[in-house]
Design a protein around this ligand. Sequence first.
Ligand code: PEP
Length: 244
Amino acid sequence: WLLEYSGSGQNWARRMEETGTVVNRVEIGVLPSFTSLLAIRDMARKTDLNGELSFGAQNVSELDAGAYTGDISAQMLAALDCRYVLLGHSEQRRYHPEDDAKIDRKMRVVLDSGMTPIVCIGETKLGRDDGIGIDYALNQLVSAVRLLSPEDMCKVIVAYEPVWSIGTGTPPDPTVIESALADIRDFINATFGADVAAKVRILYGGSVNPNNAAQIIHRYGVDGFLVGGASLDPTKFAKICHRV
Ligand code: PEP
């Protein structure tokens, strides 16, 4: 299971078609900027892509319908047929800031609109150096899912993205990723039960590229990737898909 994450626009959709990125066994989800959602939707609707391409948004408002000029609601995204909404990306947490309470509310509006939240968690470099890496990420997860029922939790996708690794070209050692994802699954197991833990998809994100994709995806418990920089180049992205 592979999830793509791209900040760019219409040209990307066309180039991806040319590159023939859609691969059997792999679900590709594209999460473009809001302004590119329609171009991606048009591409996803083409019958020759066989429904293997999904798409979604990089964020959503926590507010329902109403007079909130400038916000994009979950209902608006659902009306565009978005399947996914990314929540709590480290850049949103850092620059806006998106706090845990807000992410809680966003989880609710996304699920209530029939879409799938992809919740990002991950420690900063400071957290890693202080030795609290995975605990920091787990606390973010605890907060994001604390109000969910087991049925809701089954629909959630968790993306473990160590912040210090994003955009740096340096992912953690694959054994460290495996161990972090095992801790995340253990938490889900302890909180929601084994059935839920088996169903929740957990992605890894942070400097995934064609050279390291195979080593990481074959570690136990890694269900897919959240790809940033490498997704901007359809050729690199296609290579990642083919190595999964
Ligand atoms: C990201 O922006 O979430 C990300 C994972 O980026 P990159 O793949 O470039 O590290």
